[in-house]
Design a protein around this ligand. Sequence first.
Ligand code: BG6
Length: 490
Amino acid sequence: MTYRVIPVPPFDYVVFGGTGDLARRKLLPALYHRFRDGQIVDGSRIIAVSRSKLSDSAYRSMTQKALGDFLADGDRDAPTVDRFVRMLFHVQADASGDAGWERLAKLLKSRDDTVRAFYLAVGPALFGGICRRLGQIGLVTPLTRVVIEKPFGHDLKSAHAVNETVGTVFDEEQVFRIDHYLGKETVQNLMVLRFGNVLYEPLWNSNLIDHVQITVAETLGAESRGAYYDTAGALRDMVQNHILQLLCLVAMEPPDSYDANSIRDEKLKILKALRPVGGDNAEAVTVRGQYRAGAANGGAVPGYCEEIGVAESATETFVALKAEISNWRWANVPFYLRTGKRLPARMSEIVIAFKPIPHSIFPRGAGIAQPNRLVIRLQPDEGVKQWIMIKDPGPGGMRMTHVPLDMSFAKEFQVRHPDAYERLLLDVIRGDQTLFMRRDEVEAAWRWVDPIREAWELSGAAPKPYIAGSWGPSAAIALIERDGRAWHGD
Ligand code: BG6
């Protein structure tokens, strides 16, 4: 199996929030990996901007420590780390004031013909001010891109406002909205599985698919992110973006090419075709929960409120819902979606559940043919399992058994599985928007999600409690069982 490294020409990556958690935990390790692989060449610069008073050398030491903390032992190699940190610089600047911008401009101006990316790893409240300032001081060239991190607003109105502000300075082709799920290896594999094979596409519709399940389960709790999480909740934090993006990739029509706008056009059609959930049906097709004290990650853990230090909260840490897509392909095929924190396992998977066979030719003693399932595992143990019926081997008459044709990518391909951020950070430099969300997609997703949240707020009901380490409130199990189905693997 080949691992292809195609170097990119030298660039300037400017990271606002360069001393923050995202930069230390994800961005710097990702850039280090690509540097070590030889994709980032000498002459590139990573310029961190923050309010801290740090010299370049102090920032380099901070990065060495971060790489020590967040890289696996085998990935850290001292001479490479030393060479990597030499491309780092730090500029002290006030995102909402005047200090520091001159130095940034001076560092960048002499390289106007170099690809330049501004990564806004800061709160959305600062996006507008930073973009305006970048425009005013002449740092936005045709080769400039801006990367923004979710949350893209907290509802349609605020998302629209963020998009408007960013759009006054950058053209849509320059705006890269990161949804890191799209950078995951298996998520892209989903497209190859669907459109690189002839096998599945003829089956991929309501004639043969009974329903689809998408689960994104985490063992982590809200932990130190309480201040953000308590204003967001699982619907905004996971469903509006990651889960709806997965749903779009499963459900979209074949795009005419693997090109950013062709793919995004098809995803948008799905978002627009989602059957509205709100006042009249929210109660019946959604479940929200909040974890109480229990056990996770091999130890006792506190409940949500205790963990984030509040007396009470109506924020959901779990959502299950039944979505439907109003088009020919998916009529009457429910998509059951669920995500939550403090569940029993960290596990994300998509299950395509096929219909039962129309008629069994086998004697009763052979057993019942279980419907086929295609299980696409995003993490951990990335891979694909196609569950099929076979004859139980050996003597004993005709007996059937359900087995997986198992393709575990980690075992099969001995290559390093890059973190999603690695690919996405470099796609920005390459100017490839395929794995980034377009403005209209983000807004369409909010348009579907907002009425759900409004219905919850209006009902005044508290999220249903569930014990940390369980699969969420029992109502989530009832949601699917009412339809005569069950969550895969529970
Ligand atoms: C982030 C959410 O977008 O995704 C977090 O804000 C969540 O709450 C995380 O923990 C999950 O990402 P991953 O890659 O660990 O599945």
